[in-house]
Design a protein around this ligand. Structure first.
Ligand code: CIR
Length: 265
């Protein structure tokens, strides 16, 4: 139905981890130098989890010149059959888009953002009948407004959310695992910013902020990162069936579950 985000997650594309993953940008969660081999292991487990949930996953080769290339969520935003291609919010990630355009152009019209726009797909969350777009250190207002025009033309609503410096992207601390439900990490966004958006907001403790990035599937199934017991219990109490993936090696480069995939159907 137009205006409603399809959570069937039929088809996704992912990209393997770069050999240069040790040079990936790491500002928020990292405790050690990112490890390419460990991260590829986590990536393999992630792909297996998506497939177990029924997603048909296309795995693209790594771009060895681009340390952050596995974070394909950031390099395009799908709006119906249009793929909006941003100017990346961090200069070192420029160039990653070209390789996804090649893939997406088979089924989608490619729209390039204007040169004054920056946006990372990690600042975009789909919530039922609307796109929520974070204004962050990566996504500027011009980028958000550019995307908003296409979103509205496609029949969706749009809301902008100011992202605090305490986090990278909107998706880093916020997700919607099923219609009408949000998961948010305490200490980043305020109730004034998001309280009106959903009937149910599951606040996870700040110490488990990383686990607020969830991937919801139909039937109240959800994939979350392993190692966050309070969040897991909150989601169990809310009626979810939970699959966990060990994301520690991906987290070292500030990447979360959703960052690793681009859903194109
Ligand atoms: C970056 O800083 O751009 C990468 N190291 C992490 C990107 C994570 N992507 C996402 O949250 N969508």
């Amino acid at each position: 139905m137009p205006g409603t985000f399809d959570r069937s997650r039929q088809s996704a594309v992912v990209r393997c981890v770069s050999k240069k993953f040790d040079q990936a940008i790491s500002v928020y969660f990292g405790t050690i130098t990112p490890d390419a081999i460990a991260a590829q292991g986590a990536h393999d487990a992630y792909v297996a989890a998506l497939r177990a949930h029924g997603t048909e996953v296309t795995v693209l080769s790594a771009l060895d010149k681009h340390p952050d290339c596995c974070f394909v969520e950031d390099v395009a935003v799908m709006v119906g059959k249009k793929a909006i291609i941003p100017k990346m919010g961090h200069a070192s990630r420029e160039g990653e888009q070209a390789a996804i355009i090649e893939f997406l152009s088979e089924g989608a019209e490619i729209i390039h953002m204007n040169s004054n726009c920056t946006l990372d797909g990690g600042d975009v969350v789909f919530l039922d009948d609307r796109y929520l777009i974070g204004i962050s250190t990566r996504t500027n207002r011009a980028g958000a407004e550019f995307l908003a025009k296409y979103v509205k033309d496609a029949g969706f609503k749009v809301e902008f959310i100011e992202i605090p410096d305490s986090t990278l992207h909107l998706t880093t601390i916020f997700s919607s695992p099923r219609p009408g439900t949000l998961v948010a990490a305490e200490g980043h966004l305020s109730i004034n910013q998001i309280g009106h958006l959903a009937d149910e907001i599951i606040w996870v403790p700040n110490s488990e902020s990383y686990a607020a990035n969830t991937m919801g599937y139909s039937g109240d199934r959800v994939i979350i990162a392993a190692g966050y017991p309070t969040t897991r219990q909150l989601l169990l109490d809310a009626g979810f069936s939970i699959t966990t993936v060990d994301m520690d090696a991906i987290r070292e480069a500030d990447g979360s579950l959703t960052c690793l995939s681009q859903f194109n159907a």
